[in-house]
Each structure stands twice: as C-alpha cells, then as structure tokens.
Ligand binder design. Sequence first.
Ligand SMILES: [Ca+2]
Ligand SMILES: [Ca+2]
Length: 316
Amino acid sequence: MKTQKWIMLMMVAALFVAGCEKHDPAKCAKAVADKAKTADKADAKVADKTPDKADAEVADVDAAKADAEAKAKEAEEAKIKAGAEAKAKEEEALKIAAAAKAKEEAAAKAAAAKPVAAGQVELKIDLPEQRIDGTPQPPKNEPNMETSKPKGYTRPAFYVPSGTINLAKGKTVTVSEEPMVGELSQIVDGNAESTDETTLDLDFGPAWVVVDLGKECEIFAVLMWHRHSNIYVFHDVIVEVSSDPDFLTSNVLFNNDHDGSLCKGHKKGTDKQYIETYEGKLIDAKGVKARYVRFWSNGNTVDDSNFWIEAMVFGR
Ligand SMILES: [Ca+2]
Ligand SMILES: [Ca+2]
C-alpha cells in the first residue's frame, strides 16, 4: 500500500512539472521569438536569391558571352583582312614578275627580229659544262655589280662576219708573272672547262695576260673565263688591244675597275663587275684592228688569286 501511494505521488509531481514547463509564459514567448527570428533569416536567405538578382547575374553572363563573341568576330575579321592583304601583295609580286618576264620576252623577240646584216653569222661557241646551278647570288657588299641574271638565263646570239674564227687558239701567251699552277698554253687551248687541272693560278695582286695574234687582225669579240666552278667575281677586269707590244697606245674594250684601284695610270672604268659563268664574259670588239690583246685582273672575291681558264679572240 505504501509503495502504491509513493508511485501515485511521483506521477502527480511529474505531471505538475510538465504542466509548468508547458505553460511558462516567458519561456514560450522566447521560443516563439527565436522561431520567428530563424524564419526571418531563412526568408532573408531566400530573399538573397530573388528574381532581380538572378536576372542581373544572367545579364552579366550574357554580356560577357556577347563580349567574347564580339572579340572572336573581330579577330576573325582581322585574320580575313590580313589574308586579303597578303594575297594582294602576292598578286602584285606576280604582276611585277609577269611584267618583267613580258619585257624580257619582248626584248628577246625584238633582238631575234632584228635583221642580221648581210654576211653576218651567229657566233658559235663550244661552251663548257655549267658548274653553278640556279641563280648565283653576288657576294654581299660587292660594289659595282651588274644586275643578277634570271634563272635559266642564256646569252642572246651574237653575230659576227662570216669567216670569223678564234684567232687566239694556239697562239703565244705572255704573263706578268709565271703561273704557280698550270701551263700558259692552257689559256689558249680552246678548253674552257673549270676544273683544277684546266685552271692556271697567277698569284695575288694586279696581273696581266697578253695573247699575241701574230699579226694585226680585225677583232669582233673577246670571250674569257677566269674560273666558274664556284661564285667568283674578279676585280679590276680590263681588256685592251694594241698593235704595240708595250701597249703605249691601246683601245680599252672593257674596264670594270670603277675606283681605279688596279694601279696608277689606269683610267677608272664604267663597266660592271660580274659573276663568272660557264658562258664566259663576251665583249663586243666592233671590228677593232690590233695584234695584241691584254687582260688585267686583280684577284677575286673568293681568294685574291688571278685564275685563268681560257681567252678567245674572235676575228679574221
Ligand atoms: Ca683552257
Ligand atoms: Ca677596283
């Protein structure tokens, strides 16, 4: 009995405490206020993602996208413009090249159409093997050079009176100084091939070679090869003819010593320096009368030596 009474008493007390808890007005008010505050915060969080702000974000993204697209378009347009400019430049270069070619062809046609004087025949030359391929470029900073020949260039036909022959072949040759390599007779043996065996070496400095034709002749052309196995430009090339072995008087047929550097007493020349080729250097002698032909040179752009392969004197 006593125990039952105790249990009952405990239950009533518990109910009382629970009732107090439930009905404490202050506690209830605080709980309600806290709940409201939490709800406000949640609302505020939701408010952060209001449609206005979201729209603004979308607008920013759109603007950035549009900006990127505009920049890409601009770059593409610049690329197209650059391409068009490059193409225009290329076309202009082709136009210039075509005009130059047309001019050259017209000149060749005009030369071919030029009536050959009575009794004139084309000078036939037995050319050596071509040793340099393509378009040889002159050495850098070499002054007084003739214009580079286009690729595949060959010398136009040269006309001489019929009966013209190479008078120099097998004739007597004298030189300023005996050659270090080779025989003098090789200069007039008719062989213009450019090999070590066919080339004479007359050493450094101003040097001359004289071909004695044996008697005074009518000279129509002089043709010479110094060396053409590489890109050689020979300095101070002078060709003069005379009937006096001492050349006290002479006719200068060619002189490319533009600065008069060969030696004192020689006049400056107005001819151009040139790159040696398998075709040799042909000089129009216009029928001048002489017995001796003197060739000057003063080294070359490769090694200062005065090389010689062949000298031909066409006349009768
Ligand atoms: Ca020779
Ligand atoms: Ca010179």
